[in-house]
Design a protein around this ligand. Sequence first.
Ligand SMILES: [Cu+2]
Length: 326
Amino acid sequence: MRRAAVLLALAILLPAGAATTPSAVISTADFAFSPKIVLLAGTGEVVRWTNPNATVNHTVTSEAWPRHFDAGVGRLASTDLAFATAGTYPYLCRLHPVMKGTIVVGPNSAPAVATTFDNSTPLAGIVRLEGTAPDAEGPNAWVRIFLANRGVVQGYGIQTNASSGWAWSFDLDTRTFHNGKTSLRIQATDGHLGSEVRLNVTLANPLHKDIAITNVTHVQEATQVRVNAQVSNRGNAPTGVFTATFSYRVDDEDRVFRSVWPLSLAGHSMMPLTATLDAKGKIGTFVVSVVGDPANAVAESDETNNRGETTFTLLLAGPPTDLLER
Ligand SMILES: [Cu+2]
């Protein structure tokens, strides 16, 4: 009798040497589970972990407590687990806890979707998503992929007309998305039934640029108003050359009083900006705006944070000075 490797009946350890065709094979080489995330279409499917190393043992141990499964992967051996219950199963190696992976078991309702991520997380650049649906889907079957990133959901669709089992692949371009945690939903549907998997993934975008204007303040001295701002690049990639403008609006007058060019920022860097407005001879409430890249020369992952403003009121009369800050 084998060691009691399966503590709940959610995953079943299969006997070594069983004539089983696994849905996915996960390597433990180099102290990493690869692929890191495996999506199974439904229950009853088998995942195989292989260990090409002649000197190191590993385990496949669910992170949930109580453990859903806990199996060893011996030297130069492999271990098969069959998953009996739909769900998401984060797991690790007890001997090397930095080794982590996730198995997602979809519902058995047809049509089904199975996907293997070849990229280890975090996802970067263009990510190839691949899947197979084991059942015949007929015409008008779709795979839909949604990436939700800081409130923005981008949807993509692939239509298939296969009348018996079909495979699909899709290159998801994450390069214009924000870095950080985001969610990915992959849904297969024939218009009646659907199955879907949801994953939380992390994006590490090598081409990410994001110009942001913050900390817009002003200092008044009589009718001279100095405006300070901070321009930063919150992305990883250098911005390339761009302009920043200082403008004011008072009554119907709207004009740029300083243009700063050329600006360029390395990834995750910032610099101060300053400009002086001579408001002599004008009265009213001034709205001073600082805008990074007003011509939109740089394609950014967030185009909504390029502007900041500060307001002050200049009165005609009013001792001791003719300026009033608010
Ligand atoms: Cu290990």
